[in-house]
Design a protein around this ligand. Structure first.
Ligand SMILES: *[C@@H]1O[C@H](CO)[C@@H](O)[C@H](O)[C@H]1NC(C)=O
Ligand SMILES: *[C@@H]1O[C@H](CO)[C@@H](O)[C@H](O)[C@H]1NC(C)=O
Length: 464
């Protein structure tokens, strides 16, 4: 099978830490971006986006109680909607995501209770399980909580509620159990403290960042991070002398910036852009640079002010050096994709303004100040991009071809004078003619190779 159509990231799995698999596949940073969103330097005016708040942990603990479960001395799975009598021990099974319950063991329980008074999330021993287990278990846990409330028959619930103790009372009893549940905010504060503490080991710091990343995907959580100075702590983490800390700080930031104008604005004010560029410009492990590049594009995306700053700080030179290093082909394609996205984003903003007359003048003005195409041309990106066409992977070529197309307005004469480019395009044309024909014989008349061939044909036409 050919790898056609697959995002590049599937072929280049991300680095792994402590054997933890990062499940998310970055088609780079833009896949989750809402194109309507953009950040102005005046956050109050422009952050209209409301995300539906995912159920808070309190809501999760508020299932419609249908029956009381009678625990034994063995762990047993608790079904959604089942209540446990006071004195039971409840835990989250990390393999299945199910809540499990048994009668408590008095001595042990008293000890854990002390620790849990301040709110430990269920009974999870994070030293025994990988964070990934924890995450998927928590995800299942949340899912389960959602499903149970939507599925239930309301009339039956009302009946059952009438028969059982009021929810409030039940919650209180839950608190007396070993199921004090932290809010996301409490968890984030704890993780930031762990990361910020000089007594934490490197491993603990990385684990804290790794866990934090899970929370800041939610827009509200990322904004809450601002409220107690947590974002700045993570941004300062980019200054760490430990490459792993840099890498995982960038991992958190990439998630926190994504489609989150308020956070993007704060990050610029907190100096994140400079720090990200410094890492890209200096000798660092490839894994760190990958995540930093990801954070950079999350920060720049839909944020013309940041894009201006990026150009002012010499961001394009930094990216150029990065692309020209040996062994960074993966990064090169991502860089080119970033540039493509920035160019088209600006183009769309201007087109939209022309067509709909709905774009705010402020937004348009900020985009107009981003002198991206002229800078790209000046700094040799016409040639750099053309050279990348030599990459062997279809996906890489696809990205490069689309970027060549987007740069055409400014790079046309460069392309014309580049005999290597015409030769390369002609040879790719021949290659994809064969593949597209095969594809057609296989019954795919809107195939991937045919599409690639189309881009090549139109580029060649433009350059004739
Ligand atoms: C992080 O640690 C520093 C130095 O110990 C402290 O001044 C700062 O308040 C801490 N930040 C947070 C958000 O806890
Ligand atoms: C972090 O690094 C940047 C550039 O390397 C430097 O300018 C800045 O002073 C450093 N900040 C801290 C808090 O160490």
């Amino acid at each position: 099978m050919t790898p056609k159509g697959l995002p590049i990231c599937r072929m280049a799995p991300l680095g792994m830490l402590l054997g933890l698999l990062i499940a998310s596949c970055f088609t780079f940073c833009f896949s989750h971006q809402n194109t309507k969103e953009f950040a102005l330097t005046n956050p109050d005016k422009s952050t209209t986006k409301e995300t539906e708040r995912m159920e808070t942990t309190e809501e999760e603990l508020d299932p419609e109680i249908l029956e009381v479960f009678h625990p034994s001395h063995e762990w047993q799975a608790l079904r959604p909607g089942q209540a446990v009598p006071a004195g039971s021990h409840v835990r989250l099974n990390l393999q299945t995501g199910a809540r499990e319950v048994k009668l408590k063991d008095e001595d042990k329980f008293r000890n854990t209770l002390k620790g849990s008074k301040k709110g430990k999330r269920l009974d999870i021993d994070t030293n025994t399980y990988t964070s990934q287990d924890l995450k998927s278990a928590l995800a299942k846990f949340k899912e389960g909580a959602k499903m149970e409330s939507s599925k239930e028959d309301k009339a039956r619930q009302a009946e059952v509620k009438r028969l059982f103790r009021p929810i409030e009372k039940l919650k209180k009893e839950f608190e007396e159990l070993n199921v004090v549940i932290e809010t996301d905010m409490q968890i984030m504060v704890r993780l930031i403290n762990k990361f910020n503490s000089s007594s934490s080991s490197l491993e603990e710091k990385i684990a804290a960042l790794f866990d934090l990343e899970y929370y800041v995907h939610q827009m509200d959580n990322a904004q809450d991070l601002l409220s107690f100075g947590g974002l700045q702590v993570v941004i300062n983490g980019l200054n760490s002398t430990e490459p792993l800390v840099k890498e995982y700080a960038a991992f958190v930031l990439g998630a926190a910036f994504s489609s989150n104008p308020k956070v993007q604005v704060e990050a610029i004010e907190g100096g994140a852009l400079q720090k990200l560029l410094v890492i890209l410009a200096t000798e660092q492990p490839l894994a760190a640079k990958k995540k930093v590049l990801f954070a950079l594009c999350s920060l720049l995306r839909h944020f013309p002010y940041a894009q201006q700053q990026f150009l002012k700080l010499g961001g394009l030179q930094v990216l150029r050096s990065l692309v020209q290093e040996k062994g960074t082909e993966v990064l090169a394609v991502r860089v080119v994709t970033l540039l493509y996205d920035l160019v088209t984003e600006k183009m769309f903003a201007e087109e939209e303004a022309e067509l709909t007359r709905e774009t705010s003048p402020e937004k348009l003005q900020q985009y107009r100040q981003v002198q991206l195409l002229p800078s790209l041309r000046e700094q040799g990106w016409c040639e750099i991009t053309a050279h990348l066409l030599a990459l062997p992977e279809h996906d890489a070529r696809e990205k490069v071809l689309q970027t060549l197309g987007a740069f055409l307005v400014t790079c046309r004469d460069h392309y014309h004078q580049d005999p290597e480019l015409s030769r390369r395009l002609a040879s790719l044309q021949a290659e994809y003619q064969v593949l597209a024909a095969q594809e057609l014989r296989d019954g795919e008349d809107e195939g991937y190779f045919r599409e690639l061939l189309g881009s090549i044909d139109s580029l060649l036409t433009e350059l004739r």
